[in-house]
Design a protein around this ligand. Structure first.
Ligand SMILES: Cc1ncc(COP(=O)(O)O)c(C=O)c1O
Length: 423
């Protein structure tokens, strides 16, 4: 078969898919109804479906290799097939008439993602910028603020390198002084956290950066209380949300932080290279970065050309979460994590370093162990059994991400293999 024939065949096959799917490019062009995930569970009407069935349905939407127990969403999440199919179909369609598509109907659809994100984050649309990831969001802010040499940054020693990049840039280019709180683990109470902040803030502190959910132990910072604590002190409060949205329900206005940056490709399970930067209206004038200098639209003179397909897919996946219910997802994740913690606590010599306080804990459960075995060896042993975990090299610890598509049985299999690996 020559290449053109092959290409036509591929297109016809795809058209077959598009016709049969209500979640199609035709729908996107307005010729039909945009309804994702037409087969299996009706996520938009899932209120009366019980959790086991609903979340098994979520698992069925994924393309994870057979029998893979995927406990590493904290690094990168799996996307639903319907989102992947739509993104790839749109990328293919764009190639038929690139400029007309990208700056025409797909461009308009892409812009709607900001409105969907505003709903998802409980923000106003004018406060939402579509980025490529958390790192870019934080860097955009850090490289766009006024700074006097000697001004201080307060953060912790448990932040991710992606967030630290922006802070280090401020230190290297503008003489910022970075102060780090040494984090205890496991954390015992909210008060302990607030006391740590109080003890370290000085009258020179101009920026506070905390993770909403910490990458090391999964600690959930009480952002609302911290916002209240520093109110009126002229401190820019940046929250690194990489590990939170998609796992827990988010309301940025209620939290009261100035900036919230996150990725779409972790717990939101969106297309890779997607992110959100939220900037509260009151601080927008203080951030002057070239990327957002025209306006905050998904496409602007200063953003340059975007990949409309992935940004549209990002909007779809946020809608999917909202259809299932972000609070329901949070509860599911918390239940899974509580079970995981309990099973780990039952293994002698295993020390869970995540908080067990329901207000401070999340779906991320991390642990160390007394045996003299490298965590990379444990990861390898798990990998051989089709179980994907994350190692935390600095602590010789292991991190487990319990997202909604996993279940207690996955935890049981993991625990049983862990016991063998530690034996
Ligand atoms: C807390 C935190 N911040 C930032 C990042 C960086 O995310 P991205 O690579 O999507 O920018 C991560 C990634 O794991 C993270 O856990």
């Amino acid at each position: 078969m020559n290449n053109i024939l092959k290409e036509n065949k591929l297109l016809n096959t795809r058209r077959g898919f598009l016709k049969s799917s209500t979640f199609s490019v035709l729908a996107f062009l307005g010729a039909g109804q945009t309804q994702a995930f037409s087969q299996g569970i009706d996520f938009k009407n899932s209120m009366n479906i019980d959790d086991d069935k609903l979340f098994a349905g979520v698992r069925n939407e994924l393309m994870l290799e057979n029998n893979l127990i995927y406990l590493n969403t904290g690094t990168l999440g799996p996307s639903p097939k319907a989102v992947y199919d739509k993104v790839t179909a749109m990328m293919r369609q764009l190639e038929g008439n690139p400029a007309a598509m990208n700056f025409g109907p797909m461009g308009q659809e892409m812009e709607k993602t900001r409105a969907k994100a505003a709903k998802f984050f409980a923000a106003d649309e004018e406060e939402i910028i579509l980025t490529r990831n958390t790192t870019e969001g934080i860097s955009t802010v850090c490289s766009g603020i006024d700074w006097q040499a000697g001004d201080e940054i307060l953060t912790t020693n448990h932040e991710h390198g992606g967030a630290e990049t922006g802070l280090n840039f401020l230190a290297a280019t503008k003489g910022a002084v970075i102060n780090k709180i040494t984090m205890p683990y496991p954390v015992k109470s909210k008060k302990q956290l607030l006391d740590l902040i109080k003890a370290k803030i000085t009258d020179k502190t101009k920026l506070l950066l905390l993770s909403h959910i910490e990458t090391v132990t999964g600690l959930r910072w009480p952002i609302k209380e911290v916002s209240k604590l520093i109110r009126g002190q002229d401190i820019l409060f940046i929250v690194d949300g990489a590990q939170a949205p998609g796992m827990i329900d988010i309301d940025v206005h209620d939290m009261g932080c100035d900036v919230y940056a996150c990725s779409g490709h972790k717990w939101i399970m969106g297309p890779k290279e997607t992110g959100i930067l939220y900037m509260r209206k009151g601080i927008q004038d203080k951030v002057n970065n070239v990327f957002i200098s025209s306006n905050y639209n998904s496409y602007s003179a200063s953003s340059g050309t975007r990949n409309a397909a992935i940004l549209i897919g990002f909007g779809d996946v946020m809608e999917w979460h909202m259809a299932i219910g972000t609070k329901r997802i949070e509860q599911r994740c918390m239940d899974l994590a509580a079970y995981c913690q309990q099973q780990l606590n039952d293994i002698e010599g295993v020390n869970v370093i995540s908080s067990d306080d329901p207000e401070l804990s999340t779906a991320i459960v991390s642990f160390t162990y007394d045996k003299d075995i490298k965590n990379s060896e444990i990861r390898k042993a798990m990998g051989d059994k089709n179980i994907v975990i994350k190692t935390l090299p600095q602590y010789n610890a292991i991190r487990i991400s319990n997202h909604m598509f996993t279940n207690n049985n996955d935890v049981d299999v993991f625990i049983s293999e862990l016991k063998k690996a530690l034996a």
